[in-house]
Structure formats: structure tokens, C-alpha cells
Design a protein around this ligand. Structure first.
Ligand code: GRG
Length: 300
């Protein structure tokens, strides 16, 4: 086994999760008639738990750059809204077709497919509405930068492009370079945005912003590699969704290319590299260092 022990303060992760969940309840739109169903589906998906890793990244990077908690919490909530949208759409029969998410029926199973599509769309648009609001930051240039960077992380050169690539990748010969690119787009780009958001909010100098991006770049890939390992080795009960799908679908992954041991070594090396990027931040970055280690130790 190649495990780096993590000392992540689980209370800090849980506290951040609790604050973000309270924020969702304040930010979710009010409905007055039949449109209530889409709000119910958004609420169901958002409140279903989840590790809230991306909100934690936003809040911790914001803390490093001296950003007030109320701004950070709004961006953290926006990021989790778009992450949740991606999970709802990914579970649809036309995509990864999964009946379970976060240990409970996926949104299209609990409601129906049309409601799931709309709930995803509404969470995506809500996220931009949150970023555009002056409560997120007094400076409109900062708000525009947040919107622009989040849009890029989610679009064709980010999550949507990565998902398209992934859908077309089954039974294709993919080498390490193409798999890495796919994963950096599909999962990595939002993780990079989550970490960079604190630097944007805090108007950080370029050197420090690049350091946090370097950290997130490595953490994002290690996160996805761990997801591949969990798909191979984890149980559905622990992971909270169907596992073993990559092997059944013949999809090339890090595990299928390099085997479990080599893949775990790669993830461990990425995490060490990620932590190195934080050298200039001293003690303030301790939660981020431990989060990186937690990401490759996680069982779900
Ligand atoms: C539908 C546009 C569109 C994109 C979907 C991210 C994605 C693209 C699909 C998710 C598929 C998936 C399971 C990818 C593996 C990495 C990942 C995003 C895992 C789920 O994230 P966690 O572990 O989940 O942070 P929780 O439930 O803890 O929030």
C-alpha cells in the first residue's frame, strides 16, 4: 500500500459543508406555482450530502488570500451548484445512466428525466446569478473575472468538452496523454477554478495565484485517478454509486493502462507535487495540504 497519512481536520471540512448547506437554503429560488417541482429537485440534489470538497477548496484558498467569509461562502455555494448540476446530468440515461448518487436515487429516478434536465440547468444558471450579485464582491471586475473563469472551466475546453470526450472514448485506444487531457477537462478544470477563486476574490499577485493553480492542477488529476481506483476497488455502498462500470464498458482509465499499484504511485506522486506548490504559504495552507492527502485516501 502507498498511503500518505492525512491529518485533515474533519471538523473543518464538516463546518464548511454545514455553512454552505445553510447558504443553499437562502440562495435557492422561491417558486409560486407548478415550477416548484424544479426547486424541489434542486433542493433534493443539493442537500443529498456529498463531501463538499470544492466548497472547502474555495473557502480555504479565500482564507489564505484574506477574503471575508461571506464572499467566499457565496462562491463556494456557486461551485457546488455547478458540481451538482454535472452529477445530475451525468446520471441521466443518455449519459452515464446511473440510478444511484450520493447513496440515494439519482434525480431522474426520484423525479423524472425532464425534471432532472431542468434542475441541472437551473443550478448552472443559479451559480452565475450568485457570482454576478454585488454581495459576492464589491468590485465588478472581480465578479466578471469569477464569471469568466468559471464559464471557461465548465465549457468546451473544460467540463462539457471533457464529458463529450469521455462519452466518445469507450473502446478507443487512449494513451496517457489523452486520458490525462480528458480528466483535466472533465474533473480538473472545476477543481482548479475552486482553488483559484480565492486568489481572484483576494486580488492575489500573479506568483501566488500560479502557486495555488499548480496545487489544484495536481490535486485535480489525483482526484480523478482516485476515482478510477474506487471504481475498480470500492463497493457501491461505500462509494454511493454504481462501481465497476469502467471495466464493464471497456473504457481506458489510468487503472486499465497501468494497473492498480502504478496508478496509486502516480496519485501519491501528484499529491506530493501538489503540496510542494504550497511551500510559500506557510501554516495557513495546512488544511489544503491535508485535503490533498485526504483526496487520495478517501473511500468514497
Ligand atoms: C454532464 C456536463 C456534464 C458533465 C459531467 C464531472 C462530470 C462531468 C461527471 C461526473 C462523473 C464522475 C463520477 C466523475 C468522477 C469524478 C467526480 C466528479 C466524482 C464526484 O465528485 P465527488 O467525489 O462527489 O466530489 P460528492 O458526491 O462528494 O460531491
Amino acid at each position: 500500500m502507498f498511503i500518505i497519512k492525512d491529518d485533515l481536520d474533519k471538523d473543518a471540512l464538516q463546518n464548511a459543508a454545514k455553512k454552505v448547506e445553510e447558504k443553499f437554503l437562502k440562495l435557492l429560488p422561491k417558486a409560486v406555482d407548478l415550477e416548484q417541482q424544479v426547486v424541489d429537485a434542486m433542493t433534493y440534489a443539493l442537500m443529498a450530502g456529498g463531501k463538499r470538497i470544492r466548497p472547502f477548496l474555495v473557502m480555504e484558498s479565500a482564507r489564505i488570500f484574506g477574503v471575508g467569509e461571506s464572499s467566499a461562502l457565496r462562491v463556494a455555494a456557486a461551485v457546488e451548484c455547478v458540481h451538482t448540476y454535472s452529477l445530475i446530468h451525468d446520471d441521466l440515461p443518455c449519459m452515464d445512466d446511473d440510478d444511484m448518487r450520493r447513496g440515494q436515487p439519482s434525480v431522474h429516478k426520484k423525479f423524472d428525466e425532464a425534471t432532472a434536465v431542468l434542475a441541472g440547468d437551473a443550478l448552472l444558471t443559479l451559480a452565475f446569478e450568485i457570482l454576478a450579485d454585488e454581495k459576492t464582491h464589491a468590485d465588478p471586475r472581480v465578479r466578471c473575472e469569477l464569471i469568466s473563469y468559471m464559464a471557461k472551466a465548465l465549457g468546451v475546453n473544460g467540463m462539457v468538452g471533457g464529458q463529450m470526450f469521455d462519452l466518445l472514448a469507450e473502446n478507443q485506444e487512449l494513451d496517457k496523454i489523452r486520458i490525462t487531457r480528458l480528466q483535466r477537462m472533465k474533473t480538473g478544470a472545476l477543481i482548479v477554478f475552486s482553488s483559484e477563486a480565492g486568489a481572484i476574490l483576494g486580488k492575489a499577485e500573479d506568483k501566488r495565484r500560479q502557486a495555488i493553480k499548480g496545487y489544484a492542477h495536481d490535486v485535480g488529476l489525483a482526484f480523478q485517478i482516485t476515482d478510477d481506483l474506487l471504481d475498480e476497488e470500492g463497493s457501491s455502498e461505500e462509494v454511493g454509486k454504481t462501481v465497476g462500470k469502467d471495466a464493464t464498458s471497456g473504457k481506458a482509465t489510468f487503472v486499465s493502462l497501468f494497473g492498480i499499484d502504478q496508478t496509486r504511485i502516480m496519485a501519491t506522486m501528484l499529491i506530493s507535487q501538489a503540496i510542494k506548490h504550497l511551500d510559500g504559504f506557510g501554516k495557513k495552507a495546512e488544511n489544503l495540504r491535508n485535503l490533498a492527502k485526504f483526496i487520495i485516501n478517501r473511500a468514497h
